[in-house]
Design a protein around this ligand. Structure first.
Ligand code: NAD
Ligand code: ZN
Length: 357
């Protein structure tokens, strides 16, 4: 038995207003003359948060376009732009949802690795550590702040740069930053966390480490989406910790059916991670009966729309592409259904599931 020996985030600060400590935190990491680069979710362009970013000397703020989930081509062009302008940089600081955090991780790595980020999509392919990197989430749920991956869509696949060099050196968890998230977006990203918990806790890879974090994250998700009315600052505090704990839970287990199926949707149709997981979860009674029942309750209680009929009119070829991507996620299926998963989740069965979405 080989136990996973995983690299974690270096430093963590948590608390309302902890963003104000950013200047102090990054100062020791400034290398003479090279700038800190702030990759900021384009949602914040023109918003008050921008004036609070500790820009010094030749530091640069780049508003990143997260209309689509991060592509390897976008990562490569951002890294190239920085190399052309500065040669090297002191660090990269991502401020935003999971997409901006993933961009920051990937750009940091590509400052010190040659070629294209597409060359490193996979497990442990990254050769050198990146530059100093900081993650500051403004949405809670993905767990991207703690994970050892950065999910990218490349020319041939949607797969992370999964490596020991990928986790952030520092994360700043300031729940105030999530306060303005729209209800639907907050729910979709929050459900990413809920689904991480269900997939981890119901999976065959579960051990006490991932269970401890998963149980806690699940309870926090219920606190905010099941057991109360409305939304307040306390909910932002709780969901931010749920995201962290949910991420820690899957660090030692794995996600499952909802993610495996949702990756196919994302690859073919560009469906975003949070909403894609919700669309799939809505139809997974067979695999996660209690989780799906509770999920549907939360959807209704929080008055959220989950799209249906998104695979209507797709061709056989389209279905086959999604099935290929999904079936390729072997560890997810093995976690969900056990060693004999291939006998359970046949291509026909998966096609039936996609047709219902
Ligand atoms: P996102 O980062 O894609 O952002 C969704 C939308 O919310 C965007 O329009 C963004 O501009 C906006 N937004 C962000 N913060 C906001 C705020 N405070 N107020 C209002 N709007 C705000 O959403 P997400 O769900 O956080 O992240 C999804 C991405 O994370 C996907 O690209 C997915 O692949 C990735 N992901 C990565 C990991 C990992 O471990 N690395 C895990 C899960 C998901
Ligand atoms: Zn997820």
């Amino acid at each position: 038995m080989q136990f996973r020996n995983f690299k974690m985030v270096g430093y963590v600060v948590y608390g309302r207003g902890s963003f104000n400590q950013l200047d102090e935190i990054i100062t020791p990491h400034r290398i003479d003359g090279s700038p800190m680069i702030f990759l900021v979710d384009h949602f914040f362009e023109g918003k008050p948060l921008v004036n609070r970013i500790p820009v010094r000397g030749n530091d640069k703020v780049i508003f990143v376009d997260v209309t689509y989930e991060p592509k390897t081509t976008y990562v490569d062009s951002l890294a190239q732009q920085l190399k052309d302008e500065f040669g090297t940089v002191s660090g990269v600081i991502g401020i935003g949802g999971g997409s901006s955090l993933d961009l920051a991780k990937a750009v940091s790595l590509m400052m010190n690795n040659t070629g294209s980020s597409a060359d490193y999509q996979g497990w442990d392919l990254v050769k050198k550590p990146g530059v100093y990197k900081v993650g500051i989430p403004t949405l809670s749920g993905t767990g991207a702040e703690v994970s050892r991956t950065t999910v990218l869509t490349g020319p041939t696949k949607k797969l992370g740069m999964n490596s020991d060099f990928t986790p952030f050196d520092q994360i700043v968890l300031d729940p105030e930053l999530t306060a303005d998230a729209p209800t639907n977006q907050r729910f979709y990203t929050g459900m990413d966390c809920y689904i991480h918990c269900i997939e981890s806790l119901e999976g065959t890879y579960l051990n006490e480490f991932s269970k401890s974090y998963g149980d806690k994250a699940l309870q926090l998700c219920r606190d905010v989406f099941v057991n109360r009315e409305g939304w307040d600052a306390d909910c932002d505090d709780k969901l931010m910790m749920a995201s962290y704990a949910g991420g820690m839970s899957i660090a030692y287990s794995q996600v499952g059916v909802a993610h495996a199926v949702s990756y196919g949707l994302s690859y073919l149709l560009g469906t975003k991670h949070g909403i894609g997981n919700c669309i799939v979860m809505n139809h997974l009674e067979e695999y996660y009966p209690a989780g799906v029942k509770e999920f549907k309750y939360m959807v209704e209680k929080n008055k959220i729309d989950i799209p249906t009929g998104i695979c209507k009119g797709l061709s056989d070829d389209d279905f086959n592409k999604m099935i290929d991507v999904s079936i390729g996620m072997k560890p997810l299926w093995e976690n969900a259904l056990g060693k004999d998963w291939e006998k359970i989740m046949t291509r026909e069965k998966l096609r039936g599931l996609y047709e219902r979405l």
